[in-house]
Design a binder for this molecule. Structure first.
Ligand code: GLY
Ligand code: MN
Ligand code: MN
Length: 439
């Protein structure tokens, strides 16, 4: 797997340069980033899973250290205030070591409050990035808009260090996808497929970048199906898996769909979507408007439904009437990185502003034109969802649809194929397919 270590110094230099400009725009002197705080259940000392502040893991490959802080002041070395509590109930985080440590001044604290003396003064000149529950004394996250807008916008341009980690996240996830497909073909339940996935990736549910979507048969039609049924159905006809992995806090987000019967029409439809998806990924290039890719995807998918006799009108007519949105009811994809739905998909500039979605496409999460360094998902899908098909009929579009063909495909649920694409100077670099080819 690609080694991020030799790339880290340049990554840090990029982050410092971005922070310098962001602070200048906000008229502030210091960047202060809490890692976050454990949140406890009412009347108990049992914590919810800890998810580190994405602004924190942008700087350091540390994802499991609550009550720690990064401080950066332009012209100075970054500081890491690292909580290493006196605690015999839990494993105490080890003192950091390794390839990134030399770039930071390290301050070990034993209680969260000890950070106050080490944070820069006065607090009012700090840009404090995080959630309200990270407040420590007068250091309450203020998330100044000018600072956040600038950092979010530029976070879209991944550094080589980040790309190396995102490639690692692909390889890890693909190990899981391979194990999951084997479990499906052996007749396993959704829960057992999930367990096979986690074991192969080496990550449990709280470490994965989002809850695994593992749907057998009709469950593949529920876009965010996360129920994990404990009992295998009598017959497993189809399997949709949308599952990623984390590498030092960077996500992959990958979907595949399988048919049990290699000779079935549903298998042929999967292959048609797969072929179309590869073409959509190949359209990723600098200057390409992601909104247009989304519209093109509608037309391409409706062409498939026409070929399979599911719709009786042209792709253009299906798009214009809203019938296409009944079968493809989500966006083509979104930015990916430190968060699975990464920031700034709508950002007009690094000074704010929002590029609106095209009318009639309320779930698209990316409206920017593509530029080198951006990573986005390309995830077309076709589903047989009663609620949306009933709506299409109620809206007077029943004649556009062949309901016998819908009834034929409904027991398979749906299809989604999702890869992660890096936009480069010379076009799209599909990060996902090579990982499948090698594993
Ligand atoms: N896994 C969530 C998504 O694809 O957006
Ligand atoms: Mn996904
Ligand atoms: Mn996605």
């Amino acid at each position: 797997m690609p080694d991020p270590a030799p790339l880290y110094a340049a990554h840090l230099a990029t982050l410092k340069a971005r922070a310098d400009e962001a602070l200048a725009r906000g008229g502030l002197d210091h960047l202060v980033i809490p890692s976050g705080r454990l949140h406890y259940q009412a009347s108990d000392d049992l914590g919810y899973p800890f998810y580190v502040n994405p602004q924190f893991k942008a700087w350091l490959p540390l994802t499991r250290v609550p009550d720690s802080w990064i401080v950066y002041t332009p012209g100075q070395r970054p500081q890491l205030i690292f909580l290493q509590p006196r605690d015999y109930w839990h494993v105490v985080p080890a003192t950091p070591e390794g390839w990134w440590v030399e770039h930071f001044d390290l301050h070990i604290i034993r209680t969260p409050d000890e950070a106050i003396a080490l944070l820069p003064k006065p607090a009012r000149l700090c840009a404090i990035l995080g959630e309200a529950h990270s407040t420590l004394g007068e250091y309450a996250p203020n998330n100044p808009e000018a600072v956040v807008d600038y950092l979010a916008y530029h976070r879209s341009y991944k550094t080589p260090y980040e790309i190396a980690l995102m490639r690692q996240a692909q390889t890890l996830a693909v190990r899981g996808h391979r194990a999951a497909e084997r479990a499906f073909r052996a007749g396993a339940s959704e829960f057992d497929i999930h367990m096979a996935y986690c074991a192969a990736v080496g990550q449990d549910a709280s470490e994965l970048p989002y809850g695994n979507i593992i749907g057998l048969n009709e469950h593949a039609a529920v876009l965010h199906y996360t129920e994990l049924g404990r009992t295998a159905p009598a017959v497993s006809r189809s399997f949709l898996i949308d599952a990623g992995a984390s590498a030092a806090g960077y996500a992959s987000d990958i979907t595949r769909t399988y048919a049990a019967d290699a000779g079935s029409e549903f298998q042929a439809m999967i292959e048609a979507v797969d072929t179309a998806q590869i073409k959509m990924g190949a359209a990723v290039a600098p200057g390409v408007d992601y909104k247009q890719l989304h519209i093109d995807a509608h037309l391409s998918l409706m062409g498939i439904l026409k070929d399979f006799g599911v719709i009786k009108v042209s792709p253009e007519a299906a798009l214009a009437s809203g019938v296409s949105a009944a079968f493809f009811p989500h966006g083509l994809g979104h930015p990916l990185g430190l968060q699975v739905h990464d920031v700034a998909g709508f950002a007009q500039s690094d000074r704010g502003g929002r590029i609106p979605r095209p009318e009639g496409h309320p779930y698209l999460r990316m409206t920017r034109a593509l530029e080198p360094g951006m990573v986005v998902t390309i995830e077309p899908g076709l589903y047989f969802i009663d609620m949306l098909l009933d709506d299409a009929r109620a809206a007077g579009h029943g004649d556009a649809i062949d309901w016998d063909r819908v009834a034929h495909f409904k027991p398979f649920g749906g299809i989604r194929i999702e890869d992660n694409l890096l936009c480069t100077d010379s076009g799209g670099d599909n990060l996902t397919r090579p990982a499948f080819a090698a594993n």
